[in-house]
Design a protein around this ligand. Structure first.
Ligand code: ADP
Length: 499
């Protein structure tokens, strides 16, 4: 991108206006071919903060052509040189953490201190991590036959289509674009309708370092812009994070072209708390695992908590007391712990699940924290975190992904039963077990059906932690070296007859 180096813009409203009505293709910001746009709304106030360009099939065509052209030269660079540029992007983005954190807070309603600033920092960190992995793109020497030199090499896949959601858009974009680019691919990203601005700004910053066309980003809706990107004949790989329903459509469309797909979909992650667990740590783990600071808008949310009957009531009391003192409020305020739900649609969906739970015989809904009292937030999509007890594991609230601050706590007395119930779900993204007994902990790690099982902790996704689900939670891994090698390259076998 030509011109002077971009300085961080710390006024998020000004930055949102500056980015209005733009796609980023071939290193340049431009409106959609149609000239159309759609509003971007601050969920804490319902005020319009900007317009995003409404990309469609025509824009996909232009972006894929630019990406395709750029990829050829990009793939010819030494892998470490590509890595160096991605690393430099990460370093530069470290200088933009505050502006990105403020912008993402404005468009998603996530609390700046507990969520957005952390996300913007991890975004830069993921780029730095992958930037150092260029020389790991190794092949093998195969002992095929004497006199035959047999090798494998890892080649890039071409143009990668990356479709991202709104809940952690910067981080989830980083997990896709960084390994894709280091491996020699170019990328066309399609951002989520609800959160198109911070990711656009991040790509603009990165385009100061990357050659034009290597990283492009489109905004637009799913059917109008995401679907043509998946179906485009020039796209050789799709990596998607979103709902199971859309993931299946993406998979079917990609199957028509026989191209590889990575899918990171939903979850209904179990947490098992044994009678001997360190209860304070388990309560802390439930709060982090449930992502109450993000209004529960996480695919790994610990939304089914199985607690041994000997500690069940104490666990509930302590969990409620801790969530009660978390502050809901203006997402841009440093004192705020919990921000808003993303949109009216999600707000209505979450509320309807809460009403359904409340109307269930035998269920108890413990509402925590307090609604903000500021007048300017009266139209914000705030929902009090809810802890449900008295529901069964086959209730809709325990089976369906709510994507809101709602968790179900179940009482158990038999470990075997807890494991069986934890696994009784269509999902398999993440699971945790809390115990001081090593044998129980290790047994659970073997038997819990999830892509990620943790003992006595609930870490969030970060660089070098291979992450991805099984069952309906998806296909493939992200965030690791393995993810780059397996999902952004293909192997070629080369046999040289030395005779
Ligand atoms: P959510 O319910 O979290 O919004 P979605 O799966 O609908 O999850 O959306 C995740 C991403 O997938 C968004 O960027 C969205 O625009 C995109 N998307 C939605 N429908 C399609 C589709 N048919 N093809 C490709 N992408 C789509």
């Amino acid at each position: 991108m030509s011109g002077n180096r971009l300085e961080p813009v710390l006024d998020p409203k000004a930055l949102a206006r500056q980015l209005a009505n733009k796609l980023l293709i071939d290193g340049a910001l431009a409106p959609a071919v149609s000239g159309r746009s759609f509003p971007v709304v601050n969920p804490a106030t319902q005020e319009k903060i900007s317009d995003a360009a409404e990309g469609a099939a025509a824009d996909v065509g232009v972006a894929v052509a630019a990406a395709s052209k750029a990829q050829k030269a990009w793939a010819k660079l030494a892998a470490r040189e590509r890595g160096r540029m991605v690393y430099e992007c990460g370093r530069l983005l470290n200088e933009h953490v505050e502006e990105l954190a403020r912008l993402i807070t404005l468009e998603t309603g996530k609390a700046i201190r507990t969520e957005s600033r952390v996300e913007a920092g991890v975004f830069a960190d993921v780029l730095i991590f992958y930037g150092g992995l260029g020389s790991e793109l190794k092949g093998e020497s195969v002992p095929f036959k004497p006199g035959m030199l047999t090798l494998t090499q890892r080649d890039p896949l071409g143009v990668v289509g990356a479709i991202i959601p709104w809940n952690v858009p910067l981080l989830l974009m980083a997990l896709k674009i960084a390994p894709a680019m280091v491996a020699g691919n170019s990328v066309v990203v399609k951002s989520a309708e609800e959160a198109p601005l911070a990711v656009l700004r991040a790509c603009q910053v990165m385009n100061q370092i990357l050659p034009p066309g290597v990283l492009n980003i489109l905004s637009g809706d799913g059917p109008g812009c995401g679907a043509p990107l998946v179906a485009h004949p020039g796209v050789g790989k799709v990596t998607f994070t979103g709902s199971v329903e859309t993931g299946k459509m993406v998979y079917k469309s990609a199957a028509e072209k026989l191209i590889p797909v990575t899918l990171e979909l939903g979850g209904k992650s179990p947490m098992i708390v044994m009678g001997d667990a360190d209860l304070d740590k388990a309560v802390e783990g439930a709060i982090i695992g449930m992502r109450f600071t993000r209004q529960g808008q996480s695919c790994t949310a610990a939304s089914r908590i199985f607690v041994h009957q000997s500690v069940h009531d104490t666990f509930i009391d302590r969990l409620k007391a801790k969530v009660d003192v978390m502050k809901m409020g203006d997402p841009l305020d440093e004192a705020t712990d919990i921000g808003t739900i993303i949109s009216q649609q999600q707000f209505d969906k979450v509320k309807s699940y809460i009403s359904l739970g409340e109307a269930t015989a035998g269920a108890q809904a413990l509402k925590c924290s307090k609604m903000p009292s500021n007048d300017n937030l009266s139209r914000g999509y705030f929902v009090q975190p809810v802890i449900f007890t008295g529901l069964s594991n086959d209730h809709r609230l325990a089976r369906e992904e709510i994507f809101g601050p709602v968790t179900c706590v179940f009482k158990f007395n038999d470990y075997e039963d807890a494991i069986a119930q934890a696994n009784d779900t269509e999902y398999g993204l993440a699971a945790t077990i809390w115990t001081r007994d090593l044998k129980t902990a290790l047994d659970a790690t073997q038997r819990l059906e999830a892509g990620l099982v943790q003992v006595n902790q609930n870490l969030v996704v970060q660089a070098n932690m291979s992450y991805g689900g099984i069952k309906s939670s998806g296909l493939g891994k992200e965030a690791s070296l393995e993810a780059m090698l397996e999902h952004f390259t293909r192997k070629k076998t080369i046999i040289v007859n030395l005779g």
